[in-house]
Write a new protein. Structure first.
Length: 184
């Protein structure tokens, strides 16, 4: 029996995007994970359109597609090299529904890993929110003598700012002394 290695959760998590304030996966990424052509995945979804209401799957607008593409420095061959149709974005429920229409061993394995990735992301968000609530409660409980400690913890929790490059021209070396030769 041919045993496949499960897809690492980190690999799947990189394919989850936030569009319309929802965590979604794109049709071309899912097709790659399921090892089917994107066209076949889209056809299966269209044949079973009743299973995919707007909160399960939606088609990206031109503006959303532009924003998604601009998040990447290089173009990806798997989805944008000349697609005729806008990509479909699948929410967690939509991905679960895909397993019912793509009935293969591979789709079952991949869906299990995708569901685990969504759950893991939810836990990370909940953990961070819980930590912020606990810090807020501690800050209210203790007086201002610990203000410095709380400010330091908040600074560690915040995302670091990227250093800005100075505007303008700066000379890095001294100017060369030029001499003029007299004409003979």
């Amino acid at each position: 029996m041919n045993q496949r290695v499960p897809i690492p959760l980190e690999h799947i998590e990189q394919k989850i995007h936030v569009i319309r304030n929802q965590k979604v996966m794109m049709d071309y990424d899912l097709a790659g994970l399921y090892d089917v052509p994107t066209k076949a995945l889209k056809q299966a979804v269209k044949r079973n359109s009743a299973r995919f209401p707007e909160d399960f799957m939606f088609v990206l607008t031109a503006e959303e597609l532009y924003i998604l593409r601009s998040q990447f420095v290089t173009s990806r061959s798997s989805g944008w090299g000349g697609t005729r149709y806008a990509p479909m974005a699948f929410t967690e429920q939509g991905v679960a529904m895909l397993s019912s229409i793509l009935n293969s061993e591979r789709s079952i394995e991949v869906n299990i890993q995708i569901m685990r990735a969504f759950v893991r992301l939810r836990r990370l968000v909940a953990t961070n929110a819980e930590l912020a609530r606990k810090l807020e409660a501690l800050e209210q409980k203790y007086d201002s003598q610990f203000r410095v400690v709380f400010d330091a913890i908040r600074a560690l929790m915040a995302e670091p700012e990227k250093p800005r490059r100075p505007i303008g021209f700066t000379a890095k070396e001294k100017s060369a002394a030029y001499s003029v030769k007299p004409l003979a």
